[in-house]
Design a binder for this molecule. Structure first.
Ligand code: DQA
Length: 142
């Protein structure tokens, strides 16, 4: 069975409560059920942390065995060379997801340290972006 890691970074534990006009009113835990139902043959591993090192540790832990990583690193996207290095260090292909259209927001959100380490980037499509990223990763040949 293929395994995909969904990794959410800081403040994404507050989805549903946090700026719903930008991020919507659905919690991620609720959305996760939809993903799991959409991919019954895929084992979805989910991890969220507000701490950069914990996100890196999870990439180290699973990145050598997992079939793909969907990463929304939140604000660490725009700051973290360490997370970018972690993605480079492991063989698992990654897709970067942002719920909001970061390019239509503040300038500091336009740059990502992670994009160059990922197969592709999905921005601004809301939570559906995670579904599309999983769909892409499971379609890849090993
Ligand atoms: C975000 C965009 C980031 O700029 C922001 O810091 C987030 C969420 C998104 O999903 O749209 O925390 O990654």
């Amino acid at each position: 069975m293929k395994q995909i890691l969904i990794l959410n970074g800081p403040n994404l534990n507050l989805l549903g409560k946090r700026e719903p006009e930008i991020y919507g009113s659905r919690t991620f835990v609720d959305y996760l059920e939809t993903i799991e139902q959409a991919f019954p043959d895929i084992q979805i591993r989910y991890f969220q942390s507000n701490h950069e090192g914990e996100l890196i540790d999870k990439i180290h832990e699973l990145g050598f065995t997992i079939d793909g990583i969907v990463i929304n690193a939140g604000a660490y996207t725009h700051t973290s060379i360490a997370l970018a290095d972690a993605l480079s260090a492991v063989p698992a292909p990654a897709v970067e997801v942002h719920i909001s259209n970061v390019h239509a927001r503040e300038e500091f959100r336009h740059h990502s340290y992670l994009s160059a380490k990922c197969k592709g980037v999905i921005v601004g499509l809301g939570l559906l972006g995670y579904d599309l990223a999983v769909r892409y990763l499971v379609s890849l040949e090993k």
